[in-house]
Design a protein around this ligand. Structure first.
Ligand code: PLP
Length: 354
């Protein structure tokens, strides 16, 4: 589909930019001034518009509120050292957004609307892209089913939106995780590969239970045998075993993370051996016994990499060293250097705003 019209822009008269405490950018606290909105009605996507950030008005019987047809993406724009703004790997996020839409039987947003909308929105809200080390503008594209009908059905109307907000360097203290073998996040043939709202709502209860037991997060296991590690909370799981970077492969129950893909690409370019293969609980136990495991961490757009300091398996605690010189830190620093223009972007990941 071709964009036949340019995007209509209605600028705000009430910018909230001056209210931002740039020294304390708590994740999700601030919303940038504008949002992109595009409706799918009567079998077609209408032309997108950029309007001031505002509440939506929805019928109480809007389908997405009842039956969960909602999908989202999470990506970031960075302020480079030469002050330009770049969006990190938007194509890869778009492709996953399409796969999520297909899995949830929702209308696919055309590439042109997504890309041009993203570009125009971030250009307009460019002053919201922070420049402190590790900070970024977090961007949240999403689609909700908007048909107003109480019957269980595939919606015939959708709303695509993009909102954004500045976030600080989400340095997280090393976390302790519980290997979860009772509850599952996703199963074979399920929706684990889609970034759909229901996956997150369903993960809250087991995560809360793990917190009550003193852990920060859960390491999910497979839905069939509960033997293999799948993800670390809402991040992809990585381990360093025998000096190799090991990560469970993307599947229909493991989300295909952009950060995971970037870490794997960078690791290979650094000459680190990478193995994308299943990691069993037994292998983890063995690697602790033999002292061959040196790192475990989660990777995702929001926090980039979160070190794991303790893994609980059947109430037995296995500790990991939390040294500063790690493969996780090396790859995180590389990624950060590329995104801010300090290191050449040989993989062509930065999409510069023009
Ligand atoms: C978003 C997400 C990730 C990380 O994906 P990125 O593209 O790296 O942000 C991993 N696992 C789950 C379940 C997610 O929702």
């Amino acid at each position: 589909m071709e964009m036949t019209e340019t995007i209509r822009i209605h600028k705000t008269n009430h910018s909230t930019l001056a209210d931002v405490d740039w020294s304390n950018l708590e994740f999700g606290k601030y919303n940038a001034d504008h949002m992109l909105v595009c409706d799918f009605l009567n079998g077609a996507w209408e032309s997108p518009k950029i309007i001031p950030f505002a509440n939506l008005s929805l019928s109480p019987v809007t389908l997405s509120l009842h039956y969960g047809q909602t999908i989202f993406e999470g990506m970031k724009a960075f302020r480079m050292i030469d002050k330009r703004i770049s969006i990190f790997r938007p194509e890869k996020h778009y492709e996953r957004f399409v796969r999520s839409a297909e899995r949830m039987c929702m209308e696919v947003i055309p590439r042109e609307i997504f890309m041009e909308g993203l570009h125009e929105l971030i250009k307009l809200d460019g002053a919201w892209v922070p420049s402190a080390a590790g900070s970024a503008l977090y961007i949240r594209p999403f689609i909700i089913a908007t048909e107003a009908k109480l019957g269980v059905k595939i919606s015939e109307a959708y709303k695509f939106l993009i909102v954004s907000g500045p976030v600080g360097s989400l340095y997280q203290k090393p976390i302790s995780v519980k290997v979860e073998t009772k509850f599952v996040r996703a199963s074979r043939g399920g929706t684990g590969c889609a970034k759909c709202g229901g996956n997150y709502g369903a993960a809250f209860y087991p995560t809360k239970k793990a917190r009550e037991q003193g852990y920060d997060q859960v390491l999910w296991t497979d839905g069939k045998e509960n033997k293999y590690i799948e993800e670390s909370g809402t991040m992809n799981a990585m381990f360093v075993i025998d000096n190799k970077l090991v990560s469970p492969p993307s599947s229909d129950s493991i989300l295909d993370g952009v950060t995971r893909d970037s870490f794997i690409t960078l690791a290979k370019q650094e000459g680190i051996t990478v193995e994308e293969r299943p990691v069993s609980i037994d292998e983890l136990k063995r690697s602790f016994r033999d002292n061959t495991i040196t790192e475990a961490f989660g990777v995702g757009t929001a926090a980039v990499a979160t070190q794991i300091k303790l893994i609980g398996i059947d109430n037995v605690h296995y500790n990991l060293p939390t040294k500063k010189e790690s493969i996780a830190e090396l790859l995180k620093a590389k990624l950060d250097g590329i995104r801010t223009g300090k290191i050449p972007d040989v993989n062509n990941w930065n999409k510069l705003l023009i």
